[in-house]
Design a protein around this ligand. Structure first.
Ligand code: SF4
Length: 381
């Protein structure tokens, strides 16, 4: 496929559909040799099932492996590192990837167990997992979903699973956008297969899946993410890391010049080509709703997991009718370390008047802690 192409397929039989999509994209012709070391990078951020809208569907990865093996490619590995707070090996088991690996005889490289190497990523030195650098052809299989800090996560941000945990924390201290933009300059992604089956359009750790039954094939991660923004309903220009990657020459944000080929999958039949001028669907309301919850947090350089647990905890308080009783914002993130304040969650806010220990504390712990805080404050009134 060409760099400016996006091939989209809608349907519900994900393994067969994946194989048809890859056929249309001509993936086999893009891989240099039969013995090329091919890496498949899904999104296994934590112990969350793909049906919750956070992790890559194993059925899609199964279709990808079957396609590769049927086309004579057998030097394949899966590689991923879960987010800070979850162990990759547990996510692999929980999400069913141990069964995928044994069914197809494909090894899994746990990036949380790998040493790192400093790599020049277009003028910014970043630490990446050494073994990820050995991959000759990387197939990125992100989930298209919302993100409580960056608005969207898809191809560019999914590469963060290939850096060590300490570097993930440093990314947050660096403001996330700039290092994510630079990362793809040091770690190439050669093909992108997006799982847009039921991504959560508000939270990266899922819980509010929005069924869209869509797979996307792309060769340009910047174009892919710009299109993803359109699907979710945000302006790609508002996402710093997409802008940064485009400025570094890692791809194009120009959707007007993109060639969009859309297909509808029907079992046992040739895929139906949809009209070429078909517009992406309107976004669900999840993103706007999440933005309102963000207003209640004072976030400075927070790790993804920590912040992603806070937002649903605030949402539970909202559903209980308690959120508007909060008399102050909830502080979170490494920027609050060694500082004093009123209300905070996570070890980073341990000097605060009211604080919840944990690194990160869980969603339920945050909910219970904040509920207790609100009730105590109300009682004092
Ligand atoms: S407590 Fe601080 S360091 Fe720990 S996960 Fe939260 S933000 Fe990150």
């Amino acid at each position: 496929m060409q760099k400016n192409e996006l091939i989209i397929m809608y349907g519900q039989e994900w393994t067969v559909m994946t194989k048809q999509l890859l056929q249309l994209a001509g993936l086999d012709k893009m891989i240099p040799r039969a013995d090329t070391l091919i890496g498949i990078k899904p999104n296994l951020l934590g112990q969350v099932l793909s049906s919750e809208g956070a992790t890559t569907h194993p059925e899609v990865v199964a279709g990808l492996i079957e396609y590769l093996q049927e086309n004579g490619f057998h030097n394949i590995v899966l590689l991923e590192g879960s987010w800070v707070g979850d162990l990759t090996e547990e996510s692999v088991r929980y999400c069913g990837y141990d069964r995928i690996c044994s069914r197809y005889g494909v090894p899994f490289w746990d990036m949380q167990k790998e040493p790192s190497a400093a790599v020049d990523c277009a003028g910014l030195t970043l630490n990446v997992c050494k073994r990820a650098l050995d991959i000759e052809f990387l197939i990125n299989v992100p989930v298209l979903k919302g993100h409580c800090q960056t608005g969207i996560t898809c191809a560019l941000k999914n590469m963060k699973g290939l850096i060590p945990n300490a570097e993930k924390r440093r990314f947050h201290r660096m403001g996330l956008h700039e290092p994510i933009g630079h990362l793809s300059a040091g770690l190439h992604q050669d093909f992108i297969l997006v799982d847009s089956i039921c991504g959560d359009l508000a939270f990266e750790d899922g819980g509010n899946p929005v069924q869209q039954d869509r797979l996307i094939a792309a060769a340009d991660p910047v174009l892919c993410d710009s299109y993803g923004c359109r699907v979710i309903g945000i302006d790609p220009e508002s996402v710093g890391y997409i802008r940064s990657a485009a400025q570094l020459g890692l791809g194009s944000m120009d959707l007007d010049r993109a060639m969009l080929r859309e297909y509808s999958f029907r079992p046992g039949q040739e895929p139906d080509r949809l009209p070429p001028d078909r517009k992406p669907e309107e976004a669900a309301g999840g993103y706007r709703h999440m933005m309102q919850l963000r207003e209640m947090a004072e976030e400075v350089d927070s790790c993804s997991a920590c912040y992603a647990y806070l937002i649903p905890a605030l949402d539970m308080l909202r559903r209980d009718g308690l959120l508007d009783r909060l008399d102050t914002k909830v502080c979170i993130g490494q920027g609050h370390r060694n500082k004093k304040g009123k209300l905070g969650v996570g070890n980073c806010t341990r000097l605060f008047e009211h604080t919840l220990a944990g690194c990160p504390p869980t969603e339920n712990q945050m909910y219970e802690f904040l509920k207790e805080y609100i009730k105590t404050e109300l009682f004092q009134e």
